[in-house]
Design a protein around this ligand. Structure first.
Ligand SMILES: [Zn+2]
Length: 287
């Protein structure tokens, strides 16, 4: 599943290509995504001009004129492809999971512009589209979600208060979108390694200094990942066809069995599976 940095790369690609353009036509081939695409979806989007593409957490938000919005969530396997009309063979993928052999039968939605088209492909159909018709509803949509790691709201008072009396482990909190938005399994492991905190430590047992480290490293690791074009797992690429390179900098994620990359640490990276998720950590510096 793409996490915040990969969705940010998709956002940048889309913003570059379709801002200030009008959607000429929308073709829906399969309405049955995670939420059924509503019947007025096509007529709502056609002839609308795009102002910009924003993002909140893992949600892409297309801003149209007059406070109209379309939210796109890529779910588990959603990919966005931009095809240039002038160079029909040039196929530019801009999503997390990508295969050049992606079956066309999963091209569920097409958005036609003057010079290009944007295709949404999603084999597992966990992604979705949602249209929103005013600014208040857009704010309401994300109200129950926690702040992004980059937000000023993700600060020491917020974290200390949130963790008070909480028995759940810190890794689970980093994945809990009500606490903080946009972090998934890859970056949660990397952030906790950077903090030298054991992923299974209970949140209520973290001291102020450890909470500060979590806040700072969440921002730092996600920022680095965005700067590296995200993590290319299964061939994620940006609009220019460049792969992300953050996967080369993974310190613990999928590094189990390797020596710890921290200087002078003699530890080994371990993998532990709980509730169907793998957690990676060093058995010495994160003990
Ligand atoms: Zn170590």
């Amino acid at each position: 599943m793409p996490e915040l940095p990969e969705v940010e790369i998709v956002r940048q690609s889309l913003h570059k290509k379709i801002k200030e353009k009008s959607i000429k036509k929308v073709i829906i081939r399969n309405r049955n995504l995670r939420f059924k695409i509503q019947s007025d979806f096509e007529s709502f989007l056609e002839d609308k001009k795009i102002i910009k593409i924003n993002r909140f957490s893992k949600y892409l938000i297309i801003h149209f004129e007059k406070e109209n919005y379309c939210i796109i969530h890529l779910g588990m396997s959603g990919t966005i492809h931009i095809l240039d009309n002038k160079k029909p063979l040039k196929f530019t993928n801009s999503s997390f999971y990508h295969s050049p052999l992606l079956p066309k039968k999963h091209n569920h939605a097409e958005f036609i512009f003057d010079n290009l088209k944007v295709i949404y492909n999603d084999p597992r159909r966990f992604g979705f589209f949602e249209i929103i018709k005013n600014h208040q509803d857009l704010e309401k949509r994300f109200k129950s979600m926690g702040p992004e790691p980059f937000s000023k709201k993700f600060n020491i008072n917020y974290v200390l208060n949130y963790f008070k009396g909480k028995n759940k482990d810190i890794k689970s909190f980093l994945l809990d979108q009500r606490f903080v938005s946009g972090i998934g399994n890859i970056y949660a492991s990397e952030i906790l390694f950077a903090c030298k905190i054991n992923p299974f430590k209970k949140a209520k047992q973290l001291n102020k200094n450890e909470c500060l480290k979590i806040i700072l490293n969440s921002k730092k690791i996600l920022r680095q990942a965005i700067n590296r074009g995200g993590s290319s797992i299964r061939d994620f690429k940006d609009i220019l066809g460049n792969q992300g390179t953050f996967q080369r900098e993974f310190k613990v994620y999928q590094q189990d069995g390797d020596d710890c990359k921290r200087l002078k640490c003699k530890g080994i990276i371990k993998k532990k599976i709980s509730s169907n998720r793998s957690t990676f950590f060093c058995n010495i510096c994160q003990n």
